[in-house]
Ligand binder design. Structure first.
Ligand SMILES: Nc1ncnc2c1ncn2[C@@H]1O[C@H](COP(=O)(O)OP(=O)(O)O)[C@@H](O)[C@H]1O
Ligand SMILES: [Mg+2]
Length: 356
């Protein structure tokens, strides 16, 4: 064991502090150093990824010095996302511990993780993923005929391309097997909660943009009206819940978005305040892991839940999404230093266990 960890970061972007790093990166580096480990940050840019010589130099260096890498790059912000994943995959193949492995980033982080979990209590059965336009246009008019839906594109994490879709005439649900293309629908985008009245056929044409291209897809899930009561985010360090963020959407109108930009209010709670949810979720972890490709759990990740009501009128939680490729813990600021130390402890434990 080398007792050395490399953190990968991207250059630029609005999340960086004056030293060019994400604000929570150096606290993790320093936490490792305090424990007698070595750590450094290596930057990736699209230019480096396209430059074979530079890319290989980084690969060789990291392979030689480190036991593990921690990826802190939002792959969606790189043009050369695929080349980035290739480097990570090669490092894992040569024995490094990937935090996370690139395929785990895709497995946990892509929106279709929901459909892979649709057979578990975490996600409703009638959750679908569309990878081609034809299936989307055939199936969506049927799912919307039964009730209000949310369509989710795979890219981004700001509510852009996340659409709440409902019929203009709410009396028209469950009347036909499949809706006509000229049915009037009301679409609300999570980015800013704005609503538009459109026709189903025209709206589906508009949504083709989300399906085409690398990793394009649309996930179609039932709209959960109790989103009004808030989205509940669990911040996880590997197997351990660290805190819970309760995100309450803006009041009134069609608002359903939990993003800060759209006016949602955040409250930070201790895991013990959400004991039922947390105990239940931790019990699901082995199943989640198996169904999302059997990769190790990510180092820093989040799971978002929305309340629903079961057949017996009892509360139940539905998983809305998992994030794992660039999760930060800069807010609330007073938790940051403590969490960085916990991350350092987790890294040392994971590496020591795997390299023993
Ligand atoms: N099934 C759903 N029912 C109700 N609201 C939802 C549902 N899915 C998502 N939302 C709302 O839309 C927001 C954005 O969706 P999300 O899946 O988190 O995508 P993003 O990657 O943009 O964060 C959520 O924060 C939540 O407020
Ligand atoms: Mg989200």
């Amino acid at each position: 064991m080398k007792k050395y960890v490399v953190f990968f970061e991207a250059k630029g972007g609005s999340d960086k502090g004056p030293d060019g790093h994400r604000k929570d990166t150096m606290p993790m580096v320093n936490a490792l150093k305090t424990k007698g480990w070595g750590a450094e940050v290596v930057f990736f840019t699209d230019e480096i990824l396209k430059d074979e010589a530079k890319k290989n130099e980084i690969f060789e260096h990291v392979k030689n010095v480190a036991d593990a890498y921690v990826s802190r790059v939002n792959p969606g912000n790189l043009k050369e996302e695929k080349l980035y994943f290739d480097v990570l995959r090669k490092l894992c193949d040569s024995g490094l511990i990937g935090m996370p492995h690139p395929d785990a980033m895709i497995g946990y982080g892509a929106k279709d993780a929901l459909t892979k979990l649709a057979c578990t209590p975490l996600v409703p059965d009638d959750t679908y993923a569309y990878y081609d336009i034809k299936t989307f246009k055939k199936t969506f008019p049927k799912s919307l005929a039964k009730g209000e839906r949310v369509l989710k594109q795979n890219r981004g994490s700001t509510g852009e391309g996340i659409w709440r879709v409902r019929l203009e005439k709410s009396s028209e649900y469950n009347k036909v097997e499949s809706l006509d293309l000229d049915t009037n629908i009301i679409c609300t985008e999570a980015k800013d909660n704005h609503s538009e009245t459109r026709q189903l056929g025209e709206f589906m044409d508009f949504c083709e943009q989300y399906i085409v291209g690398d990793n394009g897809m649309l996930v179609d899930m039932t709209f959960l009206p109790r989103i009004k009561e808030g989205e509940i985010r669990i911040l996880m360090l590997y197997k351990t819940p660290v805190y819970v963020v309760h995100k309450k959407p803006a009041e009134g109108g069609d608002a359903f978005s939990a993003t800060l930009f759209s006016g949602a209010k955040y409250r930070y709670d201790e895991p013990k305040d959400w004991k039922n949810l947390i105990d239940w979720f931790l019990g699901q972890l082995p199943d989640i892991r198996t169904r999302l490709g059997n990769y190790d759990l990510p180092l820093i990740w989040t799971a978002d839940f929305i309340l629903d009501t079961d057949e017996n009128g009892k509360d139940k939680y539905v998983l809305g999404e998992i994030n794992c490729s660039c999760v930060g813990f800069t807010s609330p600021e007073e938790f940051m230093a403590k969490i960085a130390v916990m991350v350092g402890d987790n890294i040392v434990d994971i590496v020591s266990e795997k390299k023993a």
